[in-house]
Design a protein around this ligand. Structure first.
Ligand code: PLP
Length: 307
């Protein structure tokens, strides 16, 4: 028996996606949507809050405040409920309202911040920056602990010490490739470090929406896209260029296609960034850069029920 919801975070199964991609090679994916907050962000939420409690930055009963696209907020709402902290989330009004409902259902207070230049369902870097400013202000005014996920290194450590090693253990050894869409970059960076430590030849690809490709060194030409939680048109503060062997691009139409294919061919009703990751994994396997029987690992970031 597990002691609390905190212990439901991590240790997600690794699932083969042989129906949507029948070769060359194989795509395997961590079912991150099975965690209690419904996304990959539960891991960072747990790691950051536990570290802050451990070193005294977060005192018992103190409010926790964070800007979120909804997934970090859901993870924090789970962790805060289990540990007895009030939680206040600020979110761009452009993110889906299903996310606000889930956070509120978990006892959080949600402050919706008007969009700067995005549109509903299409959240830009400027929209996120506006929501972050409001979160920092609320934390300052109310004596809360500001999580600041983009600058908290514990999120990276969480993936380096859990998600990455889980992939290696569940697959039964090193994989040939790793792809992930990038929000804070914690997932990509942490897992890439673990996989490259096991096999330096593991090819690691960051995935960006077409037109919003700063990691590829390009000027952002199209800030709006449908992949909530990623592709903010900025290089995250902890970005480690040495880990990115290549970058891949996906279009909104490809994302819609793979989102549907994952649902009807695999029975996996996941979110758009999961579709981005699987589309990019298939592109990498077809690119000829890997051997024909290569395995590429990725993450199914969140459930499709949040959209
Ligand atoms: C749906 C979704 N996918 C992917 C990510 C990216 O994860 P990371 O912040 O670790 O880069 C996020 C982050 O919030 C997300 O909400």
């Amino acid at each position: 028996m597990l002691a609390s919801a905190l212990d439901l975070i991590g240790r997600t199964p690794l699932v083969a996606l042989d129906r949507v991609h029948s070769g060359p090679g194989r795509i395997v994916a961590k079912a991150e949507f099975l965690q209690p907050g419904g996304s990959v962000k539960d891991r960072a939420a747990k790691a950051i809050v536990l570290a802050a409690r451990e070193d005294g930055r977060l005192k018992p009963g103190m409010p926790v405040v964070e800007m979120t696209s909804g997934n970090m907020g859901a993870g924090l709402a789970v962790v805060c409920a289990a540990l007895g902290h009030p939680f206040i989330a600020t979110m761009s009004a452009g993110n889906s309202t299903a996310r606000a409902r889930m956070m509120e259902g978990l006892g959080a207070r949600v402050v919706l911040v008007p969009q700067v230049d995005g549109t509903p369902g299409q959240v830009t870097g400027a929209d996120v920056a506006a929501a972050a400013d409001v979160a920092a202000q609320i934390a300052r005014d109310g004596g809360g602990y500001y999580v600041d996920q983009f600058n908290a290194s514990e999120g990276i450590v969480a993936h380096e010490t859990t998600t990455g090693p889980e992939i290696l253990e569940q697959f039964g050894g090193p994989v040939d490739g790793w792809v992930a869409a990038v929000g804070t970059g914690c997932t990509f960076i942490g897992v890439a470090r673990a996989l490259k430590a096991a096999n330096p030849a593991t090819l690691c690809a960051a995935v960006e929406p077409e037109g919003s490709e700063p990691l590829a060194g390009k000027k952002v030409e199209k800030a709006r896209h449908i992949v909530q939680g990623t592709g903010y048109g900025l290089v995250p503060p902890h970005w480690d260029t040495g880990l990115m062997d290549l970058s891949l691009t996906v279009t909104d139409a490809e994302v819609e296609y793979w989102h549907r294919q994952l649902a009807v061919m695999e029975g996996l009703y996941v979110g758009y960034s999961a579709a981005v990751n699987v589309c990019a994994a298939a592109k990498l396997l077809r690119s000829g850069r890997l051997k024909v029987d290569a395995t590429v690992a990725t993450v199914l970031c969140d459930t499709g029920l949040k959209y």
